[in-house]
Design a protein around this ligand. Structure first.
Ligand code: G4P
Length: 559
């Protein structure tokens, strides 16, 4: 929206959800600005992360139930690819279908617009999860009370921390026996390096689980297995020394809760929203997602404390969400399931201003204007065409091949959003064309799958051979299957003994020239033409680093 003068004439514009201004209506810049600010303040865009099986899907579903986005449990299918599915392509396709539908789930709750971004649970798709986390303003980390902190939790928390994304921890499955709550908090602090502060506290666990004391809301919430948690199960107890506590949970549990709360008050600082938002500590909640328990406390607190859309960095400058000009970036691309329709959906996060339908926006990488006639929003698990979207919103743009992950759209200013790196892959294979008649299809298919971020392609400097690098083994199967089904191309793989791919950077052009000459056989170019060192082993990498001290070896493409 271009606001050259003090007033603008609107084609169509929504301020407060239902309040619509009419075509041709005049709006002062002040009113426009206030509308934008209000919309930003309403939005909460976050992702739920966990090790597979901790309860991410279940928690997502319960949050949607509270938000009225779905009516019955079971409506959100797990999008995790089960371990046995490695060679089950129908399963992969089914999961792809589900993951389009559940990529973004938006609903309204207590006058807030909540956008939940789904993250794949399967480790082999970790890179997709990392990229999705670039589009959130905060995260909820789910931990299984019995298993505690697991490997995937550590990786994902590190990604959030590196981007200073505030996190709330939800300890799940309190209806089962698990680790003692204090032990678990220590484990979270140590293993995740995440200072915590409990905002709810469990009363018992497993068979003896009676409920949680909601420290934030100062009330006791009693547990009813599989019951719909409602206000009746909440008992207000502001003063824990009240004998009401004994009446509700019995003498020994009351005594235990009082002494635990004393320890909590001594050990942990009192909660401050700023300290959570700047990452000083993470609030912790306890509950049982499958029993719908502790979830409402989490959601009620979340809408109050979680950050609205925040400023974002581009290579050029920091962009504030309430700037009048629209900007946004693509963090995910999803191919159409139907091979007859080659179009894809690019998921764009709105970062500033208002995105409007049928308006020309500048595609920075392509250097040309694009217009979108049917941008899609994902409200209440349904897709619908939208006319305007605000910072924090995610929109789906139908794309016939214009977008790559990381692309920026603006109203004209040259900006490049940062923080969507490619990570050094862990598995590598040469890719060979099996059908010489279909080499064009293979090249196109590979190119488009790489744009989607399924894997990374490296082209060797010495002989032009193509190497596919992935985070997990499953992607090789996915690529082969999709090349055949969507592009009619056949490929096979050949093993290549590689340890890591590192992006090379240096201030010294001579040093780059030197390594390019001396180590040509170990070098390749990535999809953007960046120079990459393919290390056969940790040893060769170390030697190369020593031999070329003026060159930096990076493990992500963005440095
Ligand atoms: P994920 O997305 O993090 O991978 O986990 P998901 O929600 O799919 O949950 C994994 C399993 O844990 C599911 O059981 C789910 O029902 C169970 N679960 C989730 N929350 C709780 C809880 O609070 N208490 C208990 N006891 N279990 C919980 P499943 O047998 O793998 O699947 P399903 O057959 O129940 O769907």
């Amino acid at each position: 929206m271009n606001i050259g003068s003090q007033s603008i004439i609107l084609k169509w514009f929504q301020i407060e959800g239902s309040q619509t201004l009419q075509i041709g209506q005049k709006l002062t810049f002040g009113a426009y600005f206030m509308g934008l600010k209000e919309e930003i303040a309403k939005r909460r865009t976050f992702g739920i992360i966990s090790h597979p099986d901790a309860g991410k899907t279940t928690l997502t579903e319960k949050l949607l139930l509270f938000g009225g986005a779905i009516q019955v449990a079971g409506a959100v299918k797990s999008n995790k690819i089960k371990r046995h599915a490695t060679s089950d392509f129908m399963e992969i396709e089914r999961q792809r279908g589900i993951s389009v539908a559940t990529s973004v789930m938006a609903f309204e709750y207590r006058d807030r617009k909540i956008n939940i971004l789904d993250t794949p649970g399967h480790e082999d798709f970790a890179e997709d999860t990392f990229r999705t986390l670039t589009a959130v303003d905060s995260a909820i980390v789910v931990i299984d009370v019995a298993k505690g902190v697991e490997r995937q939790t550590e990786k994902l928390v590190n990604v959030c921390r590196s981007r200073a994304t505030p996190m709330i921890v939800f300890v799940n499955k309190l209806d089962r026996e698990g680790k003692d709550a204090f032990t678990l908090l220590d484990e979270i602090e140590e293993k995740l390096n995440l200072p915590v502060i409990p905002l709810s506290w469990p009363v018992g666990m497993g068979q003896r689980f009676q409920g949680v004391y909601d420290i934030y809301g100062k009330r006791l919430v009693l547990f009813r297995a599989h019951g719909k948690q409602d206000e009746e199960s909440a008992v207000m107890i502001e003063d824990l020394s009240s004998s009401e506590l004994e009446k509700q949970i019995g003498e020994s549990a009351a005594e235990e809760l009082r002494s635990e709360m004393e320890i909590i008050n001594e050990v942990y600082p009192s909660f401050e929203r700023n300290a959570y938002q700047d990452g000083t500590y993470s609030p912790v909640f306890f509950g049982s997602a499958v029993n719908n328990f502790g979830v409402k406390e989490l959601l009620d607190c979340f809408v109050e404390i979680a950050p609205p859309p925040v400023a974002r960095e581009t290579e050029e400058r920091v962009v504030e969400p309430d700037e009048k000009d629209f900007t946004g970036f693509v963090f995910k691309i999803h191919a159409n399931m139907d091979p007859k329709h080659r179009d894809r959906i690019a998921f764009l996060r709105v970062c500033s201003g208002i995105f409007e339908r049928n308006t020309n926006y500048q595609h920075i990488r392509l250097g040309r204007k694009l217009k979108f006639s049917n941008p899609t929003a994902f409200m209440a698990a349904k897709k619908s065409i939208i006319d305007a979207s605000y910072p924090g919103d995610i929109i789906g743009l139908y794309d016939s091949g214009n977008f790559k992950i990381g692309d920026t759209l603006t109203e004209g200013e040259i900006l490049h959003y940062k923080g969507i790196p490619s990570f050094s892959p862990e598995q590598f294979r040469f890719v060979n064309n099996v059908d010489p008649m279909k080499s064009k299809q293979l090249a196109k298919g590979l190119d488009q799958l790489m744009d989607e971020g399924v894997a990374q392609l490296f082209i060797k400097e010495d002989n032009g051979r193509k190497i596919v690098g992935t985070v997990g083994a499953l992607q090789f199967e996915v690529i082969k299957y999709r090349l055949k089904n969507e592009y009619g191309a056949s490929c096979d793989y050949e093993p290549v003994g590689l340890h890591k791919a590192c992006w090379l950077g240096s201030d010294n052009a001579e040093a780059i020239k030197e390594i390019s000459k001396k180590r040509k056989k170990d070098l390749a170019r990535d999809k953007d033409g960046k120079l990459v060192f393919l290390a056969e082993s940790a040893w060769t990498l170390k030697m190369a680093q020593e031999n070329f001290p003026e060159i930096d070896f990076h493990f992500t493409s963005e440095f």
